[in-house]
Design a protein around this ligand. Sequence first.
Ligand code: UGY
Ligand code: MN
Length: 269
Amino acid sequence: MSYAFPPGGLPDQSQNPESTAIFTQAYAVIPAVTQRDIVTSFLPGWQNARVWVLARPLSGFAETFSYYAVELDEEGGSAEPEPDRDAQAVIFLAKGQARLTLGHDTFDLIPGSYVYLPPSAVWTMYNIHEDPCQFHWIRKRFRPSPGLKVPDALITHESEVEKASMPGCNGTWATQRFFDPFDLSYDFHVNIVNFEPGARIPFAETHVMEHGLYVLQGTAEYLLNTDWVSVGPGDFIWMRAFCPQACIATGTEPFRYLLYKDVNRHMPL
Ligand code: UGY
Ligand code: MN
């Protein structure tokens, strides 16, 4: 199994810079082809590391999360990775290997490893190989709610999580749910959504939840608001609340994406 990640580099001078990137009031598409070296940033507290910030809370747009794609060079990592005590996170490792410490425990992460870090978790993370380590890091401020506990940390691998078929789809559209969907202590989900070629979201979902969506594998035609957009590996889609959305998987391989969604809380008034 391989998982797409920003390609970096810089196209040569013969390239036509006409872009497939889109930014509208309802959604944004940040294609893999635009995720190059010169749009990265460094992060305080991290060494030998660079980050593509693909989403961040933006007034008048999606407001609940940030989405980082992080690359660690040899010996890259952090002993103080998260400056915000209210931040919780999901980490999904795409390439390479990393060592995570959480409290007194140590875990070796490989491609497909999935980690949930609750707010105030004490953790460190380092590349333990000479090749780069690449991971997705989705951060959200935890919203406590009376009677609900703070979720426990979770460390798993996507191969450990069943693909649950959507109703009536016979497995052609299936979701890997890493958190118990009936446990309201979670205020967000990050799932992997899977489509066989030709499978689809058969109506234009229009919901209050925001999405960050990173295509891990395969291709599709994606409906965003009133536009059909072709997407493929490494493309990032960012959806504001109520952006109508649907898709039809194209090509010959499964279409898979990592999907952030805020859930399980009253609306602040
Ligand atoms: O759960 C969801 O909102 C999901 N079906 N949306 C999506 O894949 N765009
Ligand atoms: Mn949706």
